[in-house]
Design a protein around this ligand. Structure first.
Ligand SMILES: Cc1ncc(COP(=O)(O)O)c(C=O)c1O
Length: 377
């Protein structure tokens, strides 16, 4: 694999990870749901709107839990954006639901409420919104379009984002977080499930603990635990949770650094983008974004590939993003055809993401800016 002087992403080290991992290793609770897991969940909850937080092994696993908790199964439909990571869809397909792909808004690249409204049927059990790049989907429009279906937020990109001054993660009946090492905060691999309906708390604990009521047993509420429901093993080790606590301790500084870099791209590329009809991200007035990704959209696929090659020649890694899921092998087998989600198809070919991470220094960002603006689309 090519090594770049300026990679697309790089996990941030707060300097506290090793100490907290050492502390976790010094104790005897290495498994899940230990002291660091409890601390991480308590620190996360206010950042995602105050719901109950259960750490999981990934965002994918948290999405699988939402599917089980909603009781989604064969005969049900779940609407997801075509322009998203595979897990947004596969978690529901795994339970036997039919996936209905809706298109995204061309300005925010988030689920388009008008297309959701067109695709909702009596069988729609859930609508899954992805706040792409850290920018909120139109949550008012989606809540209206979803009708009686459950709204779930796939909040993998948007920890720290808001809609109408309320944190993302607090709008859906459930939300899911990712702490994969490409995300704003990371513990390598990890995630969280946010529960905004107290009626789901007890069952969520059970599903996450292999279908047992072990959590109640550990709280002393019952004298033995047993198999009571569906479930699997979704608990991250407390050692990983210690890394997450180190990151959460510095969430303000990490976000401030990312916002600074995002704002510089936005301001310093504006003239070049306007001259060459390149689209920059749009943050609706109701939204505060999480500075997760900085993207640009150019005219066509050839121009996008040329831009990636141009900056690569300067040692800079810029990348494309999702390919439309309705045209993936699985999506096509389920009937997805070119033209079904035209915006997703166009965005997949024309979007490029620039390096963005908390430790992207000014001099490196100068190099990225110079490389991009020396390209003529
Ligand atoms: C929108 C979205 N949802 C879900 C995921 C899956 O996250 P994880 O790797 O934590 O399972 C990703 C991963 O990048 C993502 O971008």
């Amino acid at each position: 694999m090519t090594r770049y002087a300026i990679p697309f992403t790089r996990p941030h080290r707060t300097g506290r990870e090793a100490a907290l991992v050492g502390d976790a290793l010094g104790g005897d609770h290495w498994r899940g749901d230990g002291p660091y897991t409890t601390r991480a969940a308590a620190m996360l909850s206010p950042l995602v709107g105050g719901g109950k937080v259960l750490l999981t092994t990934s965002c994918t696993h948290a999405l699988e839990l939402t599917a089980m908790l909603l009781g989604v199964g064969p005969g049900d439909e779940v609407i997801v954006p075509s322009f998203t990571f595979v897990s947004t869809a596969s978690a529901y397909a795994l339970r036997g639901a039919s996936i209905v792909f809706a298109d995204v808004d061309p300005r925010t690249l988030c689920l388009d409420p008008a297309d959701v409204a067109r695709k909702v049927t009596a069988r729609t059990r859930a609508v899954v919104a992805v706040h792409y790049a850290g920018v909120a989907a139109d949550l008012d429009g989606l809540a209206a379009a979803a009708g009686g279906a459950a709204l779930v937020e796939d909040n993998a990109h948007s920890l720290g984002g808001a809609w109408r001054d309320r944190p993302l993660g607090g709008f859906g009946v459930m939300a899911t977080q990712s702490f994969h090492d490409t995300k704003n905060l990371s513990c390598g691999e990890g995630g969280a499930l946010v529960l905004n309906d107290p009626a789901l708390h007890e069952r969520a604990e059970i599903l996450r603990e292999k279908g047992t009521n072990r959590a109640r047993f550990f709280r002393g509420e019952i004298d033995k635990y047993t198999w009571v429901d569906l479930g699997s093993s979704y608990l991250p080790s407390d050692i990983l949770a210690a890394i997450l606590v180190a990151q959460l301790e510095q969430v303000k500084a990490i976000q401030a650094a990312r916002h600074r870099a995002w704002a510089r791209y936005h301001a310093e590329l504006a003239g070049w983008a306007a001259r060459h009809e390149v689209q920059q991200p749009h943050v609706p007035v109701a939204a505060a974004h999480a500075a997760h990704l900085y993207w640009l959209r150019v005219r066509d696929l050839a121009t996008r590939q040329a831009l990636i090659a141009h900056v690569a020649a300067a040692g800079i890694q810029a990348t494309f993003h999702y390919q439309p899921l309705h045209l993936s092998e699985v999506g096509a087998r389920a009937g997805g055809r070119p033209g079904d989600c035209p915006v997703s198809e166009l965005v997949a070919d024309t979007l490029v993401r620039l390096p963005l991470y908390a430790d992207l220094g000014d001099a490196d960002q100068d190099r990225v800016l110079a490389a991009v603006t020396s390209f003529t689309p």
